[in-house]
Write a protein of this length. Sequence first.
Length: 201
Amino acid sequence: MKDSIGRKTRFVECREARGMGVGGSLAQRATISDSGRDVVAIAMGPGKRHITKPVCEITYGLREEGIDTSVIVITAGSGVPLDAVDVSTSSLFGLEPIEVARIQQFKVMLIHLGNVRNHIIYKARLILRNVDLPAVICCQAPVDFEDFARIGCKTRLVMPKDEDIKTKGTIMEIVTGVVRGTTISQVKLDEIVAKVKRTLP
């Protein structure tokens, strides 16, 4: 009988192409690091407003808890969807068909978002409109289930009227206060792990 001491080895199939631009060899837009089919962490991509650090730390934390977690970096992760209230940014957020197909292979999606309330809720709605999976929202700004339900997102606690539902997927949990570009606290990491575990079938 063999006992393992310390870390567990995991193989991660990473990158569709070589990372270029901001972040050097870090994950860039249109890349996926594949590590099992439990959870897919959806990242908006590196840049001034979308920092990779908390995404990586959260992913490592989930894997340490035995949750197979892959990461997909959205090609058009900056900006907001075309149907958002605030379309003042120069770029538009969107999903490509191949990204929808990749995300749909998993059991749960963990969506990493930022610190602008309107950007968070409308980006989440676009993803949930195209992907039929339970979701955990992870962001910096304080948002709640009512914020999402108000624009037609199905959520665990608050459900829009049938005629107002605009999503296939459902928001099961929300974690706020995850600050971009800084080391995530152990308290927040524990909260994310607990909520992801609760959401997994």
